[in-house]
Design a protein around this ligand. Structure first.
Ligand SMILES: [Zn+2]
Length: 438
């Protein structure tokens, strides 16, 4: 490989080799901090990580050198649940989930029937993710095939790890936002055949949520999951109490909301279910037994008033949990802001969430739960060079606080709590710079 495909980043490398759990910060396993190290990138991948004090071999000395001394070099964040078209409705006032969908979200999503709107929306959305330090995401498009197509096309061009799919909904949605079982199946199969497994793109069978699919559509969705090994499944579950009651009315023979999905074969190791606030012990056992994951969406849960997710109970029950922004129900694409909200949600329940646990859930933990730990989530030779480079403090208050931190966790926790996308210096996707702070 020629030297112009080689880069060397210098900074403080932070990542995780195990789940820190709900342990005290000083007693957390898996925290790997490598101060003043070099990250050697060759093409799309990380070639080596070594102390800056160690001499570079001569052929690396002429590689592009990017000096980020004093900054954190981390794996790019993985946002496991976010809606591309909802950048149009982020920060919309005054409603809970079901009203919010009808008042804001559905009208916005209807515009994505247009190829141009879908393409511009996908471009704007992926650039926004990069500008927040997020390098991989599990994304809801809209019901329109072209909206998923646009995300795959843009994701493929950037060689970004992207998981998305056309939304399935054939009832309880306005005109222009409903599909039907047969057409939806054809669209999904076509998208799977053309994009799944290509250029870091993966297909997710995307059931919006149980109320917007007929029982027939759910059966079809389950068959798609079963017949396409490696395909993901994404949906929402048990977000809000009115929604849970509605699902019980619509599906009287299901044992629970989660069971609506489980009985049709939608729950497996590649299932990503947003929220999961109002689940019971049986549901948690089902998720655990299948190795499915909950995409905990803290800022959305607070903003829509949905409820307080009991993360520690989920963990004690053996359920995989990752972190998500759920924009536009969520109020920021910044995973830092979502971590700060996650901390407050746990604090309301008497539990302390360490910075280590929060960061792990948005990097190595999410990668593990998605079955992508050999590709993303850590700063390690052989993995893809998907990286974000951070200033731990920006602005007078954060700089003052940073200067008083007595240990690494204190400093990193203050960064998470006070920081956002303004702390981001640069984002690298597959070895290429996709965001550099002006
Ligand atoms: Zn959502």
């Amino acid at each position: 490989m020629s030297n112009d495909s080689r880069k060397v980043l210098r900074g403080d490398v932070l990542d995780f080799t195990a789940d820190p759990g709900f342990n005290a910060p000083g007693e957390s396993p898996g925290v790997r901090f490598r101060p003043d190290h070099l990250v050697l990138i060759e093409g799309e991948r990380i070639a080596a990580v070594q102390p800056a004090s160690e001499a570079l071999s001569p052929d690396w000395q002429i590689a592009e050198q990017l000096d980020h001394r004093g900054r954190l070099i981390m794996p790019g964040f993985i946002d496991t649940h976010v809606h591309c078209p909802q950048l149009d409705v982020i920060a919309s006032y005054g409603t809970e989930l079901l009203d919010w969908l009808n008042t804001y979200t559905f009208p916005a999503e209807r515009r994505y029937v247009d190829d141009g709107v879908a393409d511009e929306g996908a471009e704007r959305f992926l650039e926004a993710l990069w500008a927040h330090g997020t390098t991989s995401a599990v994304i809801f498009a809209t019901v329109h095939k072209t909206s998923a197509e646009a995300l795959f096309r843009r994701g493929s061009e950037a060689r970004m790890r992207l998981i998305t799919g056309k939304v399935l909904m054939d009832r309880h949605a306005p005109d222009g936002l409903r599909d039907d079982v047969a057409q939806a199946e054809r669209d999904c199969v076509d998208l799977i055949q053309r994009w799944h497994g290509k250029d870091r793109q993966s297909y997710a069978v995307t059931v919006r949520f149980a109320p917007t699919s007929t029982p027939e559509q759910l059966v079809m969705a389950g068959q798609l999951v079963q017949h396409h090994p490696g395909a993901y499944m994404q949906t929402h579950v048990a977000e809000n109490r009115d929604e849970v009651r509605w699902v019980a009315e619509l599906f009287p023979t299901a044992r629970s909301y989660l069971d609506v999905y489980d009985r049709d074969g939608l729950i497996g190791p590649r299932a990503v279910l947003a929220h999961g606030i109002w689940l019971d012990d049986n549901d948690r056992a089902v998720l655990r037994d299948h190795g499915a994951q909950i995409a905990h969406s803290p800022s959305s849960n607070l903003f829509l008033g949905s409820g307080l997710f009991d993360w520690r109970l989920a963990e004690q029950s053996g359920v995989n949990v990752s972190l998500a922004s759920d924009v536009g129900g969520g109020t920021s694409l910044s995973m830092l802001r979502n971590m700060a909200d996650a901390y407050k949600i746990q604090a309301m329940q008497g539990v302390r969430l360490s910075a280590w646990k929060a960061l792990h859930a948005a990097t190595a933990g999410a990668a593990q739960h998605l079955g992508l730990h050999d590709e993303i989530g850590r700063v390690e030779p052989g993995l893809m060079a998907d990286l974000a480079i951070w200033d731990t403090a920006v602005g007078p208050v954060a700089l003052h606080r940073d200067g008083l931190a007595r240990d690494l966790h204190e400093r990193v926790f203050a960064w998470i709590t006070l920081g956002d996308e303004r702390n981001l210096a640069a984002t690298v996707v597959a070895g290429q710079p996709r965001f550099v702070r002006p």
